[in-house]
Design a protein around this ligand. Structure first.
Ligand SMILES: CC(C)(COP(=O)(O)OP(=O)(O)OC[C@H]1O[C@@H](n2cnc3c(N)ncnc32)[C@H](O)[C@@H]1OP(=O)(O)O)[C@@H](O)C(=O)NCCC(=O)NCCS
Length: 261
């Protein structure tokens, strides 16, 4: 097992979170590739774990905090770390120390680049990106937003703790229409799937819907709303990760449309 930088031959694998076997990924559109096209010039770093067979079995991606969902300076922020854990495709490689190696590689890289610390986000729930896993690796909580935690490991004494950009505004309700408001950044295929499925569902009921889309790769837009990725139907956020099926999203939209009459 070796840790390598993302190379062109692995871009497709990276764009679908190592899940080339997944039908869900077919709904993710090309948002990740477009995002990558822009972010690779803006400090995005991607490390991958390649096993002896030459398969990519894990990845970590991080960006300068100035380009992330947090406020801070001179830090790197891990958008996500993922060790393939499904039995499909390359199989389950979790709990073999690969995640720890990827995190360590990101720390070393960030130090070498002169960053003052590495920042991660995690959930207090025992799945997805677990805050507790990062705590075991020496990360300390610096901010909270609902079930999310922002944690960091400063490398220098003058490093300043980052904070989450929190939701500031809610989309307005609209008389006679269902308001569907979409926020998309592009970095996360799960979010991109929710975005694409909602757009498909909205198309079916389009006469009854006011659709508004915001691109949050623009940090000012992110700051204005305090949102990075969200699907909001008449003021209510729907679950994004793991994304709901198309049928579930369609039913949510249909329910609101029926309430109009
Ligand atoms: C969090 C995550 C990255 C950790 O990766 P990992 O390779 O499983 O991590 P490690 O093997 O280094 O450590 C995991 C555990 O295995 C243990 N471990 C490490 N090396 C081991 C080994 N050789 N044998 C057995 N256990 C080992 C560690 O002590 C640790 O214990 P814990 O579960 O009690 O914390 C991985 O579980 C993951 O991808 N989870 C999902 C995250 C996710 O959803 N990401 C997408 C968000 S956008």
């Amino acid at each position: 097992m070796e840790i390598i930088d993302l190379m062109p031959e692995y871009e497709k694998t990276y764009f679908c979170c190592l899940e080339e076997w997944s039908d869900d990924m077919k709904d993710a559109g090309d948002h990740k590739a477009c995002w990558y096209g822009k972010m690779k010039e803006q400090g995005l770093r991607v490390k991958m774990a390649r096993n002896e067979e030459g398969n990519i079995v894990g990845m970590i991606q991080y960006v300068p905090v100035e380009k992330s969902f947090a406020e801070g300076n001179d830090l790197h922020v891990v958008l996500c770390i993922w060790v393939h854990g499904h039995k499909q495709g390359v199989g389950n490689f979790q709990k073999k120390g690969i995640g720890s190696e990827l995190l360590q590689a990101a720390e070393e890289d960030s130090r070498q680049m002169g960053k003052k610390g590495l920042v991660v986000w995690g959930l207090v729930l025992p799945f997805f990106m677990r805050a507790s896993w990062f705590k075991k690796h020496g990360y300390k909580v610096v901010d909270k937003d609902g079930m999310q935690r922002l944690l960091w490991k400063p490398f220098t004494p003058d490093a300043v703790p980052p904070v989450f950009i929190k939701q500031k505004k809610k989309p307005e309700k609209i008389d006679g229409k269902v308001a569907v408001t979409l926020f998309i950044n592009g970095w996360c295929p799960a979010m991109n799937i929710a975005f694409e499925r909602t757009k498909r569902a909205v198309e079916e009921f389009k006469d009854h819907i006011q659709l508004t889309e915001y691109g949050t790769l623009d940090k000012d837009m992110q700051r204005e709303w305090g949102l990075t990725d969200a699907v909001i139907i008449d003021g209510r956020k729907i679950r994004m990760g793991p994304p709901l099926s198309y049928e579930k999203i369609r039913r949510k939209v249909e329910k609101r449309v029926k309430k109009l009459s």
